[in-house]
Design a protein around this ligand. Structure first.
Ligand SMILES: Cc1cc2nc3c(=O)[nH]c(=O)nc-3n(C[C@H](O)[C@H](O)[C@H](O)COP(=O)(O)OP(=O)(O)OC[C@H]3O[C@@H](n4cnc5c(N)ncnc54)[C@H](O)[C@@H]3O)c2cc1C
Length: 374
């Protein structure tokens, strides 16, 4: 016997979670399938930075999308708390992008001018001003850009917040159910084949992160998407050593609740091996000590790794399959999937509903950068 749904979402990460949450608010029978545990892959490994300005310059379609997504967090935090009781730990204390040499200093001052032109708040702090704000940072820092509007959340809490809120609104969520195949007929999707049988729907959304191609290659197309491993570690301090997120080209320090600090992240392309290595963690530790020498006194907490989904042109895929109607794709968010999750969920829910959008989604369409399989 098969079950019929209005939409089926493949993937229980932050992207699948946000889509489920957005669809749940619009009614209908929705199913979400996750092959492992919810939030167990990239979304559970993320540091949770909402680094619109720290991660991107002010030009391009991704910046515009990220900006809109960042604006959605305060309202979303309230909604998720109300529906699921989960606190996504939104912190709006800004971010510091620190310069440790003359060249970075010049480059960052240019970036301030560009970001101000696009209407973003962006201020230069001298080395002294940086240390007045964050006394634990090293004297070697020459200065920093302060991005007052970039913030952070707890990534696992956000993912589970989306999913629990969706479940509270009636979405059926199944862990340890892998989608092996997509059922296609006469130019449209009609269902999915899983280890727990067949589920029917004329709307299927693939939000499988770095694993999305495994499924999509069965439709005769392959996206230009590849895995990028990232390792992190965390420490705990008795008193709060840091209040602002610190971002540098070699590593970042993200202060969390209860004196925790997350240090990330390594970048190793084209591997699905998510083992934590001594090489990766020792490299991060060396960089973190250079930025904040007193980190050596902190208590060790844990290490982990995740696999980010990256694309050939650095832009996510958001849209309908070029051949099969009703088959939607939302993946390739690389280092910014937490930040981009609210807007992605809204965009895909609108597409499923057939609702027009005022956003320019052309740069993210699925029909770009694809290989036709023989
Ligand atoms: C170390 C690290 C730090 C990061 N820091 C940040 C940050 O500070 N800010 C930020 O915005 N982003 C950050 N990111 C990036 C962010 O984590 C990702 O962009 C985001 O989590 C991608 O979400 P996703 O739902 O697409 O993928 P995932 O979280 O990987 O979820 C995809 C899910 O789909 C499931 N799946 C795949 N195929 C199938 C199938 N056939 N059947 C059923 N289930 C399937 C997988 O098991 C997985 O659970 C970081 C990533 C890493 C690794």
């Amino acid at each position: 016997m098969s079950y019929v749904y209005d939409a089926i979402i493949v993937g229980g990460g932050v992207i699948g979670g946000s889509i489920a949450y957005n669809l749940s608010k619009r009614g209908g029978k929705i199913l979400l399938l996750e092959k492992d545990r919810l939030a167990s892959k990239s979304s559970g490994a993320a540091a949770g930075m909402l680094g619109v300005q720290a991660e991107m310059d002010a030009e391009g379609s991704l910046f515009q999308l990220a900006r809109k997504s960042r604006e959605m967090f305060p309202k979303l935090a309230g909604e998720i708390r109300e529906t699921s009781g989960i606190d996504i730990e939104l912190i709006n204390k800004g971010m510091l992008k620190v310069a440790i040499n003359e060249q970075q200093q010049q480059e960052y001052k240019r970036l301030i001018a560009i970001q101000r032109q696009s209407g973003e708040q962006s201020d230069w702090l001298t080395g002294e001003e940086v240390r007045r704000k964050e006394p634990a940072l090293t004297d070697a820092i020459k200065g920093a850009i302060h991005f007052a509007n970039d913030g952070q959340v707890e990534a696992t809490q956000l993912t589970l917040g989306f999913l629990n809120s969706a479940a509270a609104c009636g979405v059926v969520i199944k862990e340890f159910v892998e989608v092996f195949d997509l059922q296609l007929s006469k130019g449209k999707v009609i269902g999915v084949v899983t280890n727990e049988g067949y589920f029917a729907s004329e709307n299927v959304i693939v939000a499988g992160g770095a694993w999305s191609n495994k499924l999509l290659s069965k439709t005769g197309l392959e996206l230009d998407i590849y895995p990028v491993k990232g390792e992190c570690f965390s420490v705990v301090t008795q008193s709060q050593l840091l209040t602002t997120t610190v971002f540098s080209p070699s590593c970042y320090l993200v202060p969390k609740k209860g004196g925790r600090i997350i240090v990330g992240a390594t970048v190793k392309p084209r591997t699905f091996n998510h083992k934590v290595t001594v090489e990766g963690i020792s490299l991060l530790l060396e960089q973190a000590k250079k930025l904040m020498p007193s980190i050596i006194e902190a208590e060790w907490e844990r290490t982990w790794a995740g696999i980010r989904p990256q694309t050939g042109d650095g832009l996510p895929y958001l849209g309908e399959h070029p051949v099969y109607k009703g088959l939607f794709i939302a993946t390739g968010h690389f280092r910014n999937g937490i930040l981009l999750s609210p807007i992605t969920g809204e965009i895909i829910a609108d597409m499923v509903e057939g609702k027009p959008t005022s956003l320019n989604l052309k740069p993210f369409r699925v029909g770009r950068l694809i290989k036709q399989l023989t």
